[in-house]
Design a protein around this ligand. Structure first.
Ligand code: ATP
Length: 239
């Protein structure tokens, strides 16, 4: 595996008086799937959002391809090769599936559009069937597939996924995790994955971090954390 693509060092972020990240150190190497687990309110979404520039960190460093993202506005960070799939998907419900994908490609070279569209349709054939349909009429699982595809249309070097399994049926969850694994294995996509569904997310992770109250409290390979007693008690056995 190659060297670090993303490095967070001593990262702090706050919402007014709420100190949501308290000195986080996380590294994602090129070609890795890194998973972040933790209870509600641990700071997982804040970590992804801080990478994307909103909120800005109050302290610490974010290096992506050795370039600092600190102080860079979100619209410029989006041009650096990071694509975020936010919690709740945030697709454009009144636009068609195809229009959503075209929007995702705004920052990419138009010469790649047809090839990238074909890639998304190969990953999620249902999207091709539904390409003329308004996105708001899709099922939750289909909307998640569209959100991931929209992010891929920007040709990112790294994908940030915030709770892709949230609210989906078990069969669809399995399909989404299979595609995440396939994107990594076949296309070498580097992925930072935030999940409540700790079992699936640790199973496919090369490495993982456990976040609690804005701090990293445990780190190791996905396999190590799956076998860890504390992780099992807090995130696996209870549900
Ligand atoms: P969840 O799984 O519930 O999304 P999380 O681990 O992603 O949890 P965050 O959403 O990052 O956690 O929240 C971290 C802390 O920051 C929590 O105390 C939360 O209440 C607070 N917080 C998050 N967003 C805001 C906001 N926009 N304004 C104020 N406080 C916020």
């Amino acid at each position: 595996m190659a060297g670090p693509l993303l490095q967070l060092s001593d990262l702090h972020a706050s919402y007014g008086p709420v100190h949501a990240l308290r000195g986080v150190n996380v590294t994602v190497n090129e070609g890795e799937i890194v998973t972040l687990i933790g209870a509600n309110g641990a700071g997982k979404s804040t970590l992804l959002m801080t990478i994307c520039g909103n909120p800005q960190p109050s302290q610490g460093q974010i290096l992506f391809q050795d370039r600092s993202l600190v102080g860079m506005p979100p619209h410029l960070i989006a041009t650096q090769g990071i694509a975020q799939v936010p919690e709740g998907r945030r697709i454009f419900p009144r636009m068609t599936v195809l229009e959503n994908l075209q929007l995702g490609a705004t920052l990419a070279d138009p010469a790649h559009f047809a090839e990238d569209l074909a890639t998304c349709y190969a990953l999620f054939p249902i999207l091709e069937t539904r390409q003329a349909q308004r996105a708001g009429t899709l099922s939750g699982g289909e909307q998640q597939m569209l959100a991931i595809s929209r992010a891929l249309m920007s040709r990112p070097r790294m994908l940030l996924l915030d709770e892709p399994s949230l609210g989906l049926a078990p069969l669809i969850i399995r399909q989404i995790f299979q595609v995440i694994e396939q994107l990594n294995r076949e296309r070498g996509m580097t992925i930072l994955l935030v999940e409540q569904n700790a079992y699936h997310a640790l199973k496919l992770a090369h490495r993982a971090y456990v976040l609690a109250s804005g701090e990293v409290v445990l780190t190791g390979s996905g396999r190590e954390l799956l076998a860890n007693e504390q992780v099992r008690a807090a995130y696996l056995e209870g549900g």
